[in-house]
Every structure is written in C-alpha cells, then in structure tokens.
Design a protein around this ligand. Structure first.
Ligand code: PLP
Length: 434
C-alpha cells in the first residue's frame, strides 16, 4: 500500500468520507504564501490554511521562537506552574485587546475557547444568583466550532442537524440581513430583541461573529447590528461574547472586526491567526467585571483546564506572531488586497452561475448557485497553481495578509476561471463539504 493509499483508507480528513474520500494533495513543505507538493509543484495558499496563516507559512521569526522555546521546555502542566511564554503572551494580548479585556484563559483550539467563553458566562450568572440563566443566544448563519456546545450555537440549519440529540437547546435570532455597506434598517435587530424579551430570564449571554459570519454564511453585516446588540444585552442582563476567531487579526481590515461598531464585548475569543498558523492555540479574553464576579461566586475557581493549556511552544509562537502584527502595516496591506479583490471579482456578478460577489478586507467571496464539479475545481487549482477550497455555495479567497499584488491577481484569475465553470450536480441530501 502506498502512503497515499494508506491515507485514503485509514485517515479521516475534515468533513470527509472514509469510504469514498475526496481527493487530497500531498503537501511536503510550505513557505511564504506557497505550499509545495510531493511532485514539486507549488500552490498559492489562497485559504491561508483555513484562515490562520496570516504572515505566510513557516515565518522565520515564528519558527525561530518555537525552536528556541523547544530547547528550554516544550511543555509543562499549567496547573501549579506558570512560565514566561504564557505571561508574555497574556501581557501582549491585553495590549492588543479592546480596553478592559485583560483577563485571559488559554485554550488549545478555537472551539475550546468558545466552550470556555460560554462556561464563563454561565458561571458569571450563577455567581450573581441566576443559575437559571444558562442558555445562550446565537445568530442564524453563525459558526463557532465543532464541539457539542459549539455545534449547538452554530447555524441550526447548518452542518450539525444530525447531532440534535446530544445538543442543548439554545436560542437563535435571524441572520443579520443588512450588508456592511447597506443602509441600516432597525427591523434587522427585531428578531434578537424578541428573543431577549421573551427569554431573558434564561439567557446567560449573546454570542456572535462580529461583522463577518464566516464558515456558515460568508456574510458581512452592518456594524450597527452590534451596537444594538450591546444595548440589548445591557438592558437584559446578558453578557456579550464576540467570537473573533475568523474575523480578528486584520482579516476584515481593522485589527478586530467589532471595532467598526465602537463598542466592546464582555468576553472575546481569538484563535486561528493568533500563532500565525504555526501551532494550535486560542484564548478567551474577559473583562475584570466577568473575572471578579466569577471569583466572588461559588465555586470561586473557573471550572476548566485542558491538558495542553498554555502550551509553551504555542505561546512562544503566538508572541512572535503578535510581534509581527504589531510591526507590520497590515491595515494598508489588507486595504490593497481588498481593492484588488473588489476590482477583479465584482465583474463576476455577470456570470450565469453567480448570485453575488462580496469583498471585505482580505476576504473575497463569490456566491454561486451551485459549485462546479470536483474535477473542475481540481483542474482550476492545478492550472493556476492556486489552492482554493470552495464549500456550500461559496468560492472564496482568504489569503495570507502578506499576499502581494501579483499573487492577489493570480488568485482573482483562478476564482474567475472557477466561477465560469459549469455548475456541478446538486449536493445529495445530507451530503456536504465543509
Ligand atoms: C474556526 C472557527 C472556530 C473553531 O476553531 P477551531 O480551532 O477549528 O476549533 C470558532 N469560531 C469561529 C468564528 C471560527 O471561524
């Protein structure tokens, strides 16, 4: 059996069948914006390897930080110990985060940081004498991860209907409908208002992906929605959780997507680009109000603690990544990518299979009636040397923030080519790709 045959028959890939696996490419190395395959060819990573490789692959400064830390200490339990990489990272994150969100819990993946945020909200309400406030409100069209709580607050019509039986019921407001550049319509917030009015006694927190609903909807919505949301949370005694895992670290332009709204959450999750895609790490940031209230409750301890919490290698990688975020002018780099995507992708609206084209920051989305056939997708990837990973109705690019103009142009050409391909078969019932 060749290694690739072994892979096909024994290893699950994300949201993929082991019986009838989709094609996979054999990656050997990666640097800058490119991934090198076993056959020596190179692909531009227009997906930033699921949106985390912000500074490019194998950035020398991050690799060096991991190497140096690995010589001292790869891991130590965080129960009963602390270490410099964790302390450095906490201090740096506090400088980056919205004012006041300087209490931190280090999680080992984005999903876990969302679980942690939800548990913080529940412990907070419990400490205030409201144990019955143990539900969340989330938005339709949202995505917060794959663990069971995260599934339960992600789009209820999305990927997770099969698991209803193991999921707690939470509340949903309609997907925000006013686009980021549209004219604000107060009707857009009515659904959230109604949920809070009807159920506020049961609600611990409201959670959303600010401005950019990524993995389930590729929806860029109006920041006024967030201002109204903040007000409603205050009115109804609910905490506000922003999940910046996809949208944070300049993906939409500003460092945090929610800063467009000029308001702040009580709890915020970050992940993906935190280490620049070099190690798995996420963090849940909370305000002093949240932390102090939990500390004054019973139990005073916050009840979570993964084995690899604050892994020193990952924290060292994140510190190096934050240095790069601090010293690179990503705001203008992203503005450049945004204008190239706007210019290059907007004309695709005229194509028969295209429903809509949306661009925000370093994210360009072509929404199609139906995705092309897998053969066409693979052909376009090979022809242009650009890695794309369309899903649902979306052909999109979210390239590394360091992508230069020429490379952005190649990505646009590949997307244009793929958007012109004939629509493939309708997905079979219950079938899908991430
Ligand atoms: C990817 C993502 C998550 C989950 O992060 P993992 O590291 O995959 O567990 C959570 N929220 C948002 C908004 C995401 O995009």
């Amino acid at each position: 059996m060749t290694p690739l045959e072994y892979d096909r028959t024994h290893i699950w890939h994300p949201y993929a069948s082991l019986g009838n696996p989709p094609p996979v490419l054999h990656a050997k190395s990666a640097s800058g914006v490119e991934i090198e395959l076993a056959d020596g060819s190179r692909l531009v990573d227009a997906v930033s390897s699921w949106w985390c490789v912000a500074h490019g692959h194998n950035h020398p400064a991050i690799v060096e930080a991991i190497r140096r830390q690995s010589e001292r200490m790869c891991h130590v339990m965080f129960g009963g110990f602390t270490h410099d990489p964790a302390i450095d990272l906490a201090e740096r994150l506090a400088k980056f985060a919205p004012a006041g969100l300087d209490r931190v819990f280090f999680a080992d993946s984005g999903s876990i940081s969302v679980e942690v945020a939800a548990k913080m909200a529940v412990q907070y309400q419990n400490a205030l004498g409201h144990p019955e406030r143990n539900r969340l409100v989330a938005l339709k069209g949202g995505y917060h991860g794959d663990t069971s709580l995260c599934m339960a607050i992600s789009d209820p019509d999305g990927m997770h209907t099969l698991f209803k039986g193991i999921m707690t019921k939470h509340f949903f407001a309609e997907k925000p409908g006013v686009p980021i550049d549209g004219e604000w319509d107060p009707a857009d917030i009515q659904s959230l208002r109604r949920v809070l009015e009807e159920h506020s006694g049961e609600i611990a927190a409201v959670v959303c992906e600010p401005v950019f609903q990524a993995a389930n909807a590729m929806n860029f919505y109006h920041p006024q929605y967030l201002r109204e949301m903040r007000r409603l949370c205050d009115e109804h005694g609910a905490l506000l959780i922003f999940d910046e895992i996809a949208a944070g670290f300049h993906r939409t332009g500003p460092l945090w997507a929610h800063s467009r709204a000029g308001i702040e959450p009580d709890i915020m999750t970050v992940g993906k680009a935190l280490t620049g895609g070099h190690m798995t790490l996420a963090a849940t940031l909370a305000s002093a109000k949240v932390a102090d209230t939990i500390s004054n409750g019973r139990p005073s301890a916050f009840m979570h603690g993964p084995t690899y919490m604050a892994n020193p290698l990952a924290c060292a990688a994140a510190c190096a990544s934050l240095d790069l975020f601090e010293h690179s002018d990503y705001q203008s780099k992203v503005a450049k990518i945004e204008s190239l995507f706007r210019e290059g992708l907007s004309p695709l609206r005229a194509l028969a299979n295209v429903r809509d084209v949306r661009v925000l920051g370093a994210a360009g989305v072509v929404e199609v009636e139906r995705l092309p056939k897998q053969e066409d997708i693979s052909r376009v990837i090979r022809k242009h040397g650009v890695w794309l990973r369309p899903f649902a109705n979306f052909i999109y690019a979210m390239p590394p923030l360091v992508t230069d103009d020429a490379t952005a142009g190649r990505i646009v050409e590949a997307i244009a080519d793929l958007s012109s391909a004939p629509p493939g078969p309708a997905p079979a019932d219950g079938d899908f790709h991430e």
